[in-house]
Design a protein around this ligand. Structure first.
Ligand SMILES: [Zn+2]
Length: 177
């Protein structure tokens, strides 16, 4: 496994919708392994393939309390409900945080590494936020398109970007990696 270099905004690969995968082969498996390692190395809680320059519809998610990563191949949001306001950062936009509008409940349909479809529902938690953040990436959208107002983005003094991909909390003080 290897840590892949991150792509930073502005970059066209972050602005274009990614391509769905028809088959999980060994190359895709390796990409997923590398994405997980890259997410861990950057202390992120989620990573989309286009953030490492690969325009395929794959995301990985792992919150601070999750034992193993969630792998999402061809994820689609099938239902959103409610609205909430959250602070959010992104590994592709280092040094900034923004206030964004997100859904309370998010249901996603995706394929797993074995090519089986599954559904996941998240409600009012970090996972719901990250599911929207990562599927946005795969649709070619960054969180800056979800800002509550165009001035609701802030430079952060200490660079917490590594700790806040898709999140307003990542428990950096307890992080040991
Ligand atoms: Zn991001």
């Amino acid at each position: 496994m290897s840590v892949l270099p991150l792509i930073y905004a502005p970059h066209p690969v972050l602005d274009r919708p990614t391509t769905r995968i028809s088959k999980v082969d060994s190359k895709i498996q390796k990409l997923i392994d590398d994405m997980i390692e890259t997410m861990h190395a950057n202390l992120g809680v989620g990573l989309a393939a286009n953030q490492v320059g690969i325009p395929l519809r794959i995301a990985v998610i792992q919150g601070p309390d999750d034992i193993k990563p969630l792998i999402l191949i061809n994820p689609e949001i099938v239902k959103r409900e409610g609205r909430r306001e959250l602070t959010e950062g992104c590994l592709s936009i280092p040094g900034y945080q923004g206030e964004v509008g997100r859904s309370v409940t998010v249901k996603v349909k995706a394929m797993n590494i074995n090519g089986r479809f599954f559904r996941i529902k998240a409600e009012g938690n970090l996972l719901a936020q990250v599911l929207e953040h990562e599927t946005d990436h795969l649709d070619g959208k960054l969180y800056v398109e979800r800002l509550l107002g165009k001035d609701r983005i802030y430079k952060i003094e200490r660079d917490l970007t590594n700790e806040v991909e898709g999140s307003d909390h990542a428990a950096p003080s307890t992080e040991t990696r």
